[in-house]
Structures are given as C-alpha cells and as structure tokens.
Design a protein around this ligand. Structure first.
Ligand SMILES: NC(=O)c1ccc[n+]([C@@H]2O[C@H](COP(=O)([O-])OP(=O)(O)OC[C@H]3O[C@@H](n4cnc5c(N)ncnc54)[C@H](O)[C@@H]3O)[C@@H](O)[C@H]2O)c1
Length: 397
C-alpha cells in the first residue's frame, strides 16, 4: 500500500503529516511513502531526508493523490476551512484519508468528503483508552500549544517570570493563572513553573486537582460544583449558563491578581464558555497578558479576537489560532508518530482492515462508501440511523 503525504495548504500551516524518521517503520509493515516535493521544508525536514529514509518525492500534489491508497494530512478539508475544499476533486473512490477533519464542526463538509467516496478517519475522535494513547494527536498538539502559550505570554509581559535577588533589588515572581487544566493546561503549568512563575490553575473537573499540585501549581478551589463534570472519555461536559455566570463571578478576583491568564477551557462540539469578561479584563493590572487557547472556538475571554493580538485597558489579549503550527518540527514529529501507530493499527497484511469490532477503528471512522457512517457523528447532527446500523442495534437487543 502507498501512503501519500501532500504539502499542507492551510494558510500559514507549517507542519507536515509524516516526518522522515517514521518512514522505515511503515516500510517494515509493507507501507510505501510518497511525499509531495517540499512538504516538510517549513517543519525542518528536507526532501533529501525523506529520500534517505526510503520515501519517494513526487513533484505535484495531483501525483500524490493519484498514486496513494491512503492520504495522510494534518488539516484536511473540514479543519482546513479556508483552502481544504481544493482537495475534494483529487480524492479517489475507495482511497483512505486520515487527519484532523473537525467532525463536530459542519455536517456539510463531512457530506462533501463522504461524496468523494473516501474512507476517512478523524484523529479528533480517537478514544481516550490506554491502547490508543500513542495515537492521540489531540494530546500531542495540546502539549505543544500549552508550552508555546506560556512562551508567548512571557514574551509579551513587561515583567520577568522568575523571582530574582539582585544588587538592584529583589524582583517578585509573576503570577500565572491557567484556566482549564487538561493536556494543554497541564503543560502550561509545567512550562510556567520552569520559568519561575507562581502558578495557579482552575478546572471544573475536580479530578485534576492532584495533577495540578504534582506540577507545583496551586489548585484554585471555587465554591461551585459542576453537575456531572466529565464524560466517560475524560472531557468536560457543557454546563448551563447559570453555572458559567457563577464561575465568572468567582474567578474575577483570581484573574485580577494574575499577571498572565492562559485559558484552555473547551467542551467538544460546543462554543467555548466565556470565563473572562470585559469587566474582568478592565480590573487586571496594566501590562497583564491573556493568551486564549480557545480562540478558535469562540474564546474564553469575551474580548478575544481570533487570529489577532489586541490591547484593551492596557491588557494584551492574544487570540492566536493553530498554535501547534508555530512549533512545526516537534509538532510534526509527534503527529507523525501518532499517525504511524494508527496506520500500523489499521493496516493488516498490506490492506486496510475495517474491523468495526475494534473500538479505535469504529470510533475514528467517519465516512465510508459515500456515507457518513459514524453513529456518534450521525447522532450529533441528528441524521437518521443507517439501515445497517439499525439492523445491528436490533440484533443487539
Ligand atoms: N488516553 C487517555 O486516557 C487520555 C488522553 C488524553 C487526555 N486524557 C484526559 O482527558 C482530560 C481532558 O483532556 P483535554 O485537554 O483534551 O481537554 P479539552 O481540551 O477538551 O479541555 C481543556 C480543559 O478545559 C476544561 N474545561 C472545560 N470547561 C471548563 C470550564 N467551564 N471551567 C474550567 N475548565 C473547563 C476541561 O475540563 C479540560 O480539562 C484530561 O484530564 C486528560 O488528562 C486522557
């Protein structure tokens, strides 16, 4: 089987789906790799490096799509909401596609992908089970984003992060607050601690308290309890507006005392909750910084403007999106490793094995033979059950 790696075409995207280092392990499993010329250059991987590891470089995108049985991308049509559609005419019926598809974003996009006849897998739908941990691209990218968010904040802040005792006096450490202590938030805590800041973190899931403390952060306890805080996959569940209202009231004081606020609070498939209002921004000290990692999904700060950095009431609010692309070498390396593990899982004896009894395959498969086949996604968009699925449901009863 041939795995094709096209160059990423989302504006400003610098990552690449596979790096040279994973080519030999794919070859061992009988998977040949073809790469569009210069696909890895922006991430720091030259065509010569791919060739040295046994991949073949093809001069055009059309040739990659034309020759591959499986196309691997970072941002596919869907998560690439700007230029992704350009790939649709290039897909071949029966070809497989793996990447970020943003499956809870827009049903029209998924229908367009289904109509091409590709068998697509969304890495966002990877189940959070031990067996799938090394395929979990969301966690990999979250790690990168959490790290980079702290560096951006440190760069914008007119203060030092660490405490310093100097002949010119003692510098007090900066106070960093992380809202949302999932993968990105935990990495942000660790990074801010390494830079010497005093770090606090808050999450509506109380189970993360110990993780925050083990990284040297203080867990902010608010006298408010989320109902049914997390789902079986470990993701936060959406709360009603009165809960978010109360959260904002209680968070106000902690936000005002912080030099840096990094927000990462997201709920899958939902607009991000607003946790930092414009009044809370106005109460922050001049020069403070907010980095809103939820910017792409509406933002956790009321004033965030996606893709922009603005200054309001003297507070810098960073709404950068697609932050993982800003560390393209390691983001690509981690993503490539996740994809390789996933490919080795999906391909058996030189062919794609669509074993729907397997939780990893079943959860990530989105489209097949012209249809959106994922039951969770069909339910999310209120699409009727497919005939084959209602038959299976009846059998199960
Ligand atoms: N294989 C596995 O077992 C596996 C893999 C990856 C992650 N996880 C776990 O899943 C959990 C969530 O991971 P994630 O980082 O992808 O989540 P995420 O990116 O969906 O959300 C980020 C964080 O925001 C928090 N949040 C949402 N709404 C909030 C609100 N109103 N106020 C405060 N915080 C809010 C969430 O609880 C979460 O911790 C983590 O605990 C992580 O360790 C498990």
């Amino acid at each position: 089987m041939i795995v094709g790696v096209p160059r990423e075409i989302y504006p400003g995207e610098r990552r690449v789906a596979l790096v040279p280092g994973v080519v030999p392990s794919l070859a061992k499993a009988g998977l040949e790799v073809v790469v569009e010329a210069d696909a890895g250059v922006e991430a720091g991987y030259s065509d010569a490096e791919y060739e040295a590891k046994g991949a073949k470089i093809l001069p055009s995108r059309a040739e990659v799509f034309g020759s591959a049985d499986i196309i691997v991308q970072v941002l596919c049509h869907g998560s690439n909401d700007r230029t992704g559609r350009a790939d649709l005419p290039l897909f071949k019926r029966g070809q497989a596609l793996i990447g970020f598809l943003r499956p809870l974003g827009d049903v029209g996009t998924l229908e367009e992908i289904a109509a091409t006849g590709v068998t697509s897998f969304s890495v966002e739908l990877m189940p959070r089970i031990t067996r799938a941990q090394n395929m979990d691209a969301l966690s990999s990218m979250g790690t990168i984003c959490g790290y980079k968010a702290v560096l951006i904040a440190a760069d914008k802040l007119p203060k030092l992060f660490p405490m310093m005792t100097t002949a010119a006096g003692t510098i007090t450490p900066s106070r960093v607050l992380i809202i949302g202590a999932g993968v990105a938030g935990l990495q942000a805590i660790a990074t801010a601690r390494r830079l010497g800041a005093v770090v606090s973190a808050y999450d509506l899931r109380p189970v993360v308290k110990e993780q925050v403390q083990s990284l040297g952060g203080r867990f902010v306890e608010l006298p408010i309890e989320a109902t049914d805080a997390q789902d079986a996959g470990g993701y936060a569940k959406a709360q009603d507006e009165s809960f978010y209202q109360r959260q904002r009231e209680l968070l106000g004081k902690v936000v005002a005392e912080s030099d840096v606020v990094i927000t990462t609070a997201v709920v899958p498939g939902k607009k991000s909750p607003v946790l930092v209002t414009k009044e809370m921004v106005a109460a922050m000290t001049l020069g403070s910084v907010i980095v809103d990692l939820a910017a792409e999904r509406g933002g956790n700060c009321e004033l965030t403007r996606p893709e922009e950095t603005i200054v309001v009431h003297g507070v810098t609010i960073v709404g950068t999106i697609n932050l993982a692309s800003a560390v393209p070498y390691h983001a690509s390396q981690m993503y490539a490793k996740n994809l390789t593990n996933f490919l080795l899982h999906l391909v058996k004896d030189g062919a794609l094995a669509l074993n729907l009894d397997d939780e990893i395959t079943r959860s990530t498969l989105v489209t097949h033979a012209g249809e959106i086949v994922n039951p969770r996604i069909r339910e999310f968009y209120s699409l009727p059950q497919l005939a084959s699925q209602s038959a299976t449901a009846k059998e199960a009863k």
